[in-house]
Design a protein around this ligand. Structure first.
Ligand SMILES: Cc1cn(-c2cccc(C(=O)Nc3ccc(Oc4ccncc4)cc3)c2)cn1
Length: 276
């Protein structure tokens, strides 16, 4: 079957990718149960992008609901420090041809687990500041960074595969807030460690902030807001970094709908996407 006008088709690791001509040099960087991710160059903007193709998103109701949720969440995120959508497309022109859609995001070169050994306190301050700006209104997921030390919170949901596929790709480091309560309360009580001894190269302000953030009891722990107000971020703080969040309509998150309905909703979301 011919590919859609303006689209090019190619086989990548046994999967057919049919993408608009402007996306070139596709290279697989990750694959897993839910889908695969390629790095690509947008030949118009000359920027690198990450394109995720979900694996047969409408094979079942569960897959269709999960695909719809990722599409809706990515469309909703419009914060510098949270992964968002640059583009979303489908080779299908009609609902009854609609089988696949592709999510395009800014390409995040690596993640904190790969660069943590290279961090000066200035970079740490900038990274933690960006995390808090992103977290202010979000539950943490994975933390991805690019070559300019810019951080985006994201959620992979992709199983890790061979190192070769993942080179330069961010790795899934699930964040488990202590609110994993049964597990935490089952731990023996340890005496609190002296953070200035644990982090001898950290500044006094950094240690003071850490002591207020790493508190098991969420009621006594600093919120992202509270942490951003700490003097550790004096000179970095800019209210432009935390725009008023728009409410997310999560009414479908707990809905049970027939597969065809999830498919119709996803098609509507793909067609209504407007780059911002
Ligand atoms: C099963 C499920 C996943 N989600 C979900 C929701 C919101 C965001 C993401 C996400 O970050 N997705 C994502 C993150 C990174 C990706 O890969 C890269 C790789 C390199 N640079 C940028 C993105 C691709 C998709 C995923 C909801 N349900």
């Amino acid at each position: 079957m011919e590919s859609r006008v303006g689209f090019s088709r190619e086989e990548i690791n046994g999967t057919t990718w049919e993408v608009p001509d402007k996306y070139i040099c596709l290279k697989q960087i990750g694959t897993g149960a839910y889908g695969s991710v390629c790095s690509a160059i947008n030949n118009k903007s000359k920027e690198m992008a990450a394109i995720k193709k979900l694996h047969r998103p409408f094979q079942s109701e569960i897959f269709a609901k999960r695909a719809y949720r990722e599409l809706r969440l990515l469309k909703h995120m419009k914060h510098e420090n949270v992964i968002g959508l640059l583009d979303v497309f489908t080779p299908a022109s009609r609902l009854d041809d609609f089988q696949d859609f592709y999510l395009v995001m800014p390409y995040m070169f690596t993640d904190l687990s790969k660069v943590k050994g290279l961090l000066t306190e200035d970079r740490i301050q900038f990274l933690v500041y960006q995390m808090l700006c992103g977290l202010k209104d979000l539950k943490p997921g994975n933390l991805a960074v690019n070559q300019d030390c810019e951080l985006k919170i994201l959620d992979f949901g992709l199983a890790r595969h061979t190192e070769a596929e993942m080179t330069g790709y961010v790795v899934t480091r699930w964040y488990r807030a202590p609110e994993a309560k049964s597990y935490v309360s089952s731990l023996p009580l340890y005496p609190r460690k002296d953070f200035s001894a644990l982090f001898p190269r950290a500044s006094k302000k950094a240690v003071e902030l850490l002591e207020k953030m790493l508190v098991l009891d969420p009621d006594n722990r600093l919120t992202a807001d509270g942490a951003l107000a700490h003097s550790y971020f004096d000179g970095l703080r800019d209210p432009e970094d935390w725009p008023e969040p728009t409410p997310y309509d999560d009414s479908y998150d707990n809905a049970t709908l027939p597969l065809e309905e999830w498919k119709r909703l996803s098609f509507k979301e793909v067609r209504s996407f407007v780059p911002f």
